[in-house]
Design a protein around this ligand. Structure first.
Ligand code: ADP
Length: 452
């Protein structure tokens, strides 16, 4: 639609949108008084590792740039304008986020409907550091300074339907905002424990890490420092099992120290499936009582920790055993993460193909976007009377659709490995034609499924 049509459509509805759909961003900054008809859209600006520019200066420069740009908004990168020296010197990338839901419902989001909320950040390149206690014990956790280079792009690479990622982001953002504003927990109750549950390989752990990364970027004006602690459940039940209670206490006193610094935002990630497996395995070797005390110690510590305003506890599980019930009860934000649907499988494989084309492993496609359209446009295309010729663009996306169908039952993790397995099965692995590659991938998928 033209801009005029959009504005004429339903001014009433538009006025309420920032809250309903446009809750796309919940910023920690005091909420600005917004013109009622604007949608908040996050714009994430990554600084170059070498940049020493002040975040505020970059933010203003990007805001000015966006004002001049006068285009429509959709998720994805915005080129850094070459004629802006300050930005080209300091900025690595600019990315528009969270417009997907809006665009799906309303088709288009024009610049004058948008209030961009610019978040400037610099990725930490430090990598994971282990807890080195020096006394020969295995480390009880890994720590990352967020936002970390390792997790860059992870959020975008995870594909789910039905707005799961947005919902999680909004829940967590609301929880932080309630804390920030000092909402009395006796009057309104909420907590900051997230539980993702579902079968293995559906991206739960990755989603937790990616969520922590996102929140560290979105809340960096309130919390300039941010860490992710991944608890190493195996280490809590080591062969020094009699020390286990002490290990849990030590781990949490370290976390408590981080939390005491009020400008720190701390994410604690615990994989309860790993925890439970280790728990049962260690039972074989020793005494139930000792091990139950480890579980209790962990629960007590989690309870203590959850009262801190600047901590978010992220947990993953497949909830099949009673031991999890205690954990599950504690979580406010629970989400089931299931195996990828047909649409998600299509999109995951499509992103794999794009990557192989980008890197030259598959031969270049003249017009990649129309040859491999996204799922929504594919459905429209498939309604066009079929053209069987293998050379037509339609053939390729149809083939991809068939591969996605053949992958029913495979987890996201297996899907992301499939192109690699298919490539290894090719007779001629150099500059392969995408169509041939897709049929090898379908065969590989069938083989993988038969081995399930
Ligand atoms: P889980 O914790 O559920 O066992 P992981 O987070 O270890 O799963 O997932 C492993 C990998 O599988 C991820 O890093 C990602 O590459 C891939 N993956 C799983 N689910 C998806 C998905 N829905 N979309 C994209 N990639 C996925």
């Amino acid at each position: 639609p033209t801009p005029m049509e959009v504005s004429m459509q339903n001014p009433q509805e538009d006025a309420g949108i920032p809250d309903q759909n446009g809750g796309v961003t919940v910023d920690s900054a005091p909420s600005p008084i917004l013109p009622q008809d604007k949608v908040l859209v996050s714009v994430e600006v990554s600084l170059k590792p070498s940049s020493t520019a002040r975040a505020n200066d970059v933010q203003s420069a990007v805001e000015r740039m966006l004002e001049k740009r006068s285009l429509s908004y959709s998720d994805g990168p915005v080129p850094v304008p070459l004629d802006d020296r300050f930005l080209t010197e300091n900025v690595q990338s600019i990315c528009i986020c969270d417009t997907d839901e809006w665009v799906q419902n309303h088709e288009i989001l024009l610049f004058w409907q948008v209030k961009p909320v610019v978040h400037v950040f610099q990725l930490s390149e430090e990598g994971a550091c282990e807890d080195i206690s020096g006394d020969g014990q295995p480390s009880t956790f890994n720590e990352w300074i967020l936002p970390a280079k390792e997790f860059d792009g992870m959020w975008e690479s995870l594909i789910y339907e039905s707005g799961l990622k947005q919902r999680l982001l909004r829940y967590a953002a609301s929880a932080l905002l309630f804390t920030e504003k000092g909402v009395n927990p006796f009057l309104v109750s909420w907590n900051r424990i997230v539980l993702l549950h579902g079968p293995p390989g559906t991206g739960k752990t990755s989603l937790c890490k990616a969520l922590a990364q996102k929140l560290s970027i979105r809340f960096n004006s309130r919390y300039p420092q941010c860490q992710l602690i991944e608890v190493n459940a195996h280490s809590l039940f080591s062969k020094w099992f009699s020390e286990s209670g002490k290990l849990v206490a030590k781990l949490f006193s370290k976390i408590q120290e981080m939390v005491e610094e009020e400008n720190n935002l701390v994410f604690v990630l615990i994989d309860f499936l790993q925890f439970r497996i280790t728990f049962y395995l260690s039972l074989i070797h020793s005494d139930q009582i000792i091990h139950s005390s480890v579980v209790n110690a962990l629960l007590t510590q989690l309870d203590k920790l959850k009262s801190a305003p600047n901590v978010i506890i992220l947990t993953t599980s497949n909830i099949t055993a009673a031991i999890d019930i205690a954990f599950v009860d504690r979580a406010d934000i629970k989400a089931y993460v299931g195996p990828p649907t047909l649409q998600a499988r299509y999109e995951i494989l499509r992103s794999c193909l794009h990557e192989l084309i980008r890197t030259g492993i598959l031969s270049h496609l003249e017009d990649c976007e129309s040859m491999l359209p996204n799922f929504a446009s594919l459905k429209e295309k498939l309604n066009i009377p079929e053209v069987q010729d293998a050379q037509t663009p339609l053939h390729l996306c149809k083939q991809l659709f068939e591969t996605a169908e053949a992958c029913e039952g495979l987890s996201g993790r297996s899907l992301r490995k499939l192109p690699f397995l298919a490539h290894a099965a090719l007779a001629n692995p150099y500059g392969c034609d995408p169509s041939k590659f897709l049929s090898t991938m379908t065969d590989t998928a069938r083989r993988e499924r038969s081995e399930l």
